[in-house]
Design a protein around this ligand. Structure first.
Ligand code: SF4
Length: 1005
């Protein structure tokens, strides 16, 4: 009898108390049945994916008489196996919640109330305003006469909450209007991840996937607390521990993750590079690196320019007035053929390996301990345990999140760990990798679809003004590789860019008009339109209109009060959401007079996850399909429908009335209507791409062409929807790999490859380094004796390295074919270096350079609201940091509307040590004021032993933590921790520094 796990449960009548455990927390066993089977007996069921974090848990939605009556974990889903965390378990309250917005609402300028409106009225009015703002601010050329074709009067933020298909439609719509200020959640959460992983390995995403964590021998959790913030991921940590793995937790606070760890090490926020730098030194000093891997798969043997140097905190080439590096001396030495020069003995003083050794020789235990506050014996314990994974057959992995990314050195924090993993041979193997944990259900997909200013879908570059022709654009961004053994996959750039243009403009994209290239809005050279720049520009009154689509920047960005002030400088704002959030309601926030705020607000109600169909992509790059279970309440509509109806109205206005450069709008391919609605499958197919000669869906991006004969909205999603059907909807629960790949469950980019860089998991003959957990293996006997890879989809199908004539190096997305220990393309250095956070309690003990010399500073050109504390500022003596809670998600915009969750976490609090509380005369539960140079928040004191004072070079430093999930709307209200956070950015991606800033704490009087 062929029966699924759920089928088995439904025919079984066994009841167990284990059900409650699995419904209200993670556990390591598949969910059991319960008496609820009776309640759902005659209900219609459909599957969906949880809309909160990017673990991507499966759920079953039961509907009776058009109403959701139950949502529970999907027992067949390989990641969660029926389990859900508190948020997933409370999802029923999202489907049945009378606090949802169900009508279109409008707030007139200077009004103190909402008015109900019809969709037609609102969309007509918004379309008119878009056209007016666009026509008034459209810039055809810059002062140099280069084409820009953009509008500066409109900006957009959103959204990682939309489905992939909606993200594609949304960015298509925005770019047709000429917007360049396009940003979303990814900037403020994992932008530094993309820069660091891209530089190190070639792609900016989580290397492995959730289930694979079970294959690890040692798990380092640093810069995150998954037991609370990614609860179901911890199921796989537990599985690894059951297999004998060691768990290490490094965190300023003793978290629930720490409570399960074999080793806990405290560190002061913002000192991760010092901690990891010490680990790099330990690995090198004790010869614990994986020599063959390091020589064959990394650039450790490459020789660097003789003039490269590092002195007192600065690499060679620093231009102080510009706060930038000239990277000329950071380049590889090349031979007469243009090949990088190498020394495979790793002895040449100019080789990367020796430069690495020299750079990190300064990170000795005494120095690292003094900077981080981590006791020396703890450092040694962690270094020893983790370095043990450098042996073939052993695997170490890292799980991290905002604790690493949200710093002025965010990119280099992740680079430091990438170097550790490369030295230990932990990339490409099962149980290894650098696992960036994404916090929103589709933040991976929305990033892939380029809801960001600097990229186009599939990580193509957004064109700049100096990229005057398509030819020049393609040439500039197509890397050159001299070594024929380098696959140099980005050498195919033009095939992807031209196929994208065909998906955008269809028959209007022809060779004669550069495939519509000039329809795309261009950035000026060097221009930065990232999140903080966007709000700085808004605060300066630059924009007329703004879309806050499925986002809540009034709480989620740094310097939250400045963001709220900035929203008041707009003429109008469109806010699309399930709820009335702090962003939509900014004009009636406590302490302001609505009569003084002019901004018109259109609040549009959208559908929740179970009320529409489409795909989302989880942290492990799994693209999973969700089905519609019920209609949305009241007038709420799917985001895709709203975008569709708005686009058609704007198009009609330009067709009938003309206006500034209408072609990008009127010639846009937009043929998704089916029975008056968007056919989401047609959108998914457009993203996949077609052979335009045959009209067939493409099977692989290897088939894309640069001559206009193919289309693909996003080349990395090519193969997701083929003539064989919708791959994201697959539900085959069999795992034939033995290592938990589940290759026929859903689909995974690229090309359904579950572990990327997997050709580095084998030796030169193609045999697995870890025989027990093989990811791929070369079978010389198959394919009629020509040989073939078996296992996961290989990262490039070329034969193993012993086949000198036909092989290609395994890191195919890097032009040299090798993973980068030395990263020459980053803004702040080819190696990580410790700098203090912008706001820090002590001087930098490594050099005289206090904080990242390339960090992005808006205070130098910015608003009167960009204020900072000085080093050791007596007004703000404590280190502040922010974190998430299990029960609330991001700003709490959704979860603070659910009674079950609110009951568990009702209040804004500040967590502090017993020692600090005693010093300040504060008792547990008393109201406090926490103040930074930007503002202050009220919070209840939570006095715990989870924080301990740090001894930093002989100084006692206290750290306090605040959850960032509160705001003034919803069932549970409280001040927003982001009020305290400064507008300061990492030099590579401009991500803000939320995880280390200075505050004062005092008892409220
Ligand atoms: S919030 Fe994350 S861990 Fe919790 S059920 Fe949803 S996807 Fe799973």
């Amino acid at each position: 009898m062929n029966i699924s796990l759920r089928g088995f449960i439904k025919v079984s009548s066994a009841m167990t108390s284990g059900a409650m455990l699995s419904r209200f927390g993670w556990d390591s066993w598949p969910a059991k049945t319960s008496e609820e089977e009776l309640r759902i007996k005659y209900a219609q069921e459909s599957t969906t994916i949880c809309p909160y974090c990017a673990v991507g848990c499966g759920q079953i939605v039961s509907v009776k008489e058009g109403k959701v009556i139950n949502i529970e974990g999907d027992p067949d889903h390989p990641i969660n196996q029926g389990s859900q965390c508190s948020k997933g378990s409370a999802l029923y309250q999202l489907a049945n919640n009378d606090r949802r917005i169900t009508k279109v609402m409008y707030r007139a300028p200077y009004s103190d109330q909402w008015e109900e409106k019809s969709w037609d009225w609102a969309l007509d009015e918004i379309a008119k305003r878009i056209k007016m703002a666009r026509d008034a601010t459209f810039t055809a050329k810059n002062a140099k006469g280069e084409v820009l074709n953009r509008t500066d009067g409109l900006a957009s933020l959103g959204s990682a909450a939309m489905d992939n298909e909606e993200c594609w439609l949304y960015q298509k719509f925005l770019r047709s209007l000429g917007l360049v200020y396009i940003e979303h959640q990814a900037r403020v959460c994992h932008s530094s991840t993309v820069a660091a992983l891209g530089e190190s390995f070639g792609r900016g995403a989580m290397t492995n996937h959730w289930i694979d964590i079970r294959n690890s021998d040692c798990i380092l959790i640093m810069g995150s607390n998954p037991a609370e913030t990614f609860p179901i991921s911890f199921k796989w940590v537990t599985k690894a521990i059951e297999r004998g793995a060691t768990l290490i937790s490094v965190d300023p606070r003793f978290t629930r993750t720490s409570s399960k760890a074999h080793i806990y090490a405290p560190l002061r926020s913002g000192t991760d590079i010092a901690f990891l730098g010490g680990m790099i030194k330990y690995i090198l000093d004790n010869n614990l690196y994986h020599k063959d891997y390091v020589v064959e798969y990394t650039n450790a043997s490459f020789l660097i320019n003789e003039k490269f140097g590092f002195e007192d905190g600065l690499f060679s080439g620093y231009d102080k007035p510009k706060r930038k590096y000239d990277k000329a001396t950071w380049q590889y030495q090349v031979d007469e053929k243009g090949f990088p020069k190498r020394d495979k003995t790793l002895q040449d003083p100019q080789c990367v390996f020796q430069l690495l050794k020299k750079h990190f020789s300064r990170y000795d235990l005494d120095k690292v301990s003094a900077i981080t506050g981590t006791p020396k014996q703890k450092l040694l314990k962690v270094y020893k345990a983790y370095s043990a994974t450098g042996q073939p057959g052993k695997a170490g992995t890292v799980m991290y999140a905002m604790g690493w990314t949200q710093h002025t050195v965010g990119t280099q924090n992740i680079r430091a760990m990438s170097i550790v993993q490369l030295l230990l041979g932990n990339i490409g193997i099962a149980g290894g990798g650098v696992n960036a944990m994404r916090g929103e259900s589709n933040v991976q997909g929305s990033t892939d679809h380029a809801l960001l200013f600097h990229i186009l879908p599939g990580y193509l570059k957004n064109p700049r003004a100096s990229d005057v022709t398509l030819k020049a654009y393609n040439e500039k961004y197509t890397p050159k590789a001299s070594d024929p053994k380098s696959a140099n996959w980005w050498g195919n750039y033009a095939k992807y860019s031209v196929s994208l243009l065909k998906a955008l403009y269809d028959d209007h994209a022809q060779p004669a008009n550069e495939f519509g290239y000039q329809y795309l809005p261009k950035l000026d050279d060097g221009e930065d339109c990232s999140w903080i720049s966007l709000f700085e520009a808004m605060y300066a009154g630059k924009f007329k209109g703004f879309f806050a689509w499925g986002q809540n920047p009034a709480c989620s960005g740094p310097n939250a009060e400045m963001t709220r002030e900035a929203l008041g400088k707009l003429d109008w704002m469109v806010n699309v959401n399930l709820w009335e959030t702090e962003t939509g309601a900014f004009w009636k926030r406590p302490g302001v007079n609505p009569e003084k705020i002019k901004t018109e607000v259109f609040l549009l109600p959208c559908a929740a996850s179970m009320e529409k169909e489409g795909s989302i992509t989880n942290s492990g790059r799994w693209m999973q399909w969700r089905y519609k279970a019920v209609d949305s309440p009241g007038q709420a509509k799917p985001d895709g429908e709203i975008i569709h109806e708005l686009y058609l109205r704007v198009k009609k206005l330009y067709e009938t009335k003309g206006g500034a450069f209408p072609e990008p709008i009127t010639k846009l391919k937009w043929d998704y209507a089916k029975n008056g609605k968007v056919d989401i499958h047609a959108v998914a197919k457009e993203i996949n791409g077609y052979d335009l000669k045959t009209g067939k869906l493409l099977l692989s991006f290897a088939k894309l062409m640069d001559d206009g004969s193919t289309s693909s909205g996003n080349w990395i999603y090519c193969a997701s929807y083929t003539e064989d059907g919708n791959m994201a909807a697959r539900r085959d629960t069999k795992d034939t790999s033995g290592i938990g790949l589940y290759s026929k469950w859903a689909w995974c980019w690229p090309l359904n490859r579950r572990i990327i860089y997997n050709r580095a998991s084998v030796d030169k003959t193609g045999q697995p380094l870890d025989k027990e957990h093989p990811v791929i293996r070369w079978d010389a006997t198959s394919n009629e004796g020509k040989g073939a890879w078996v296992g996961d989809i290989p990262d490039g199908g070329w034969p193993p390295m012993v086949n000198e004539a036909e092989t290609r190096y395994p890191f195919i997305m890097r032009s040299e074919g090798f993973a980068r220990i030395f990263g020459p393309d980053l803004a702040d250095g080819p190696f990580p270096e410790h700098y203090e956070p912008l706001e820090c309690p002590v001087k930098n003990m490594m050099s005289s350079v206090l904080f990242n010399p390339t960090s992005k500073r808006w205070d130098l050109v910015g608003s009167d609201m960009d204020k900072f504390a000085q080093v050791g500022d007596p007004r703000y003596p404590f280190v502040g940091t922010t974190y998430r809670l299990s029960e609330h998600w991001q700003t709490g915009a959704m979860t603070r509307q659910m009674p079950w969750l609110v009951e568990m976490q009702p209040n804004m609090f500040v967590e502090m040590s017993k020692e600090l509380a005693k010093e300040l005369g504060i008792k547990n539960g008393e109201w406090c004021v926490v103040e930074s140079a930007r503002g202050k928040v009220r919070a209840v004191a939570m006095v715990t032993s989870r924080y301990k004072p740090f001894n930093i070079g002989g100084n006692i430093i206290h750290e306090v933590g605040l959850p960032w999930c509160f705001g003034f709307m919803g069932l549970a209200t409280g001040d927003s921790a982001n009020t305290l956070v400064p507008n300061i950015g990492d030099g590579n991606t401009m991500i803000q520094e939320s995880k280390a800033f200075l505050v004062d704490v005092r008892k409220e009087v």
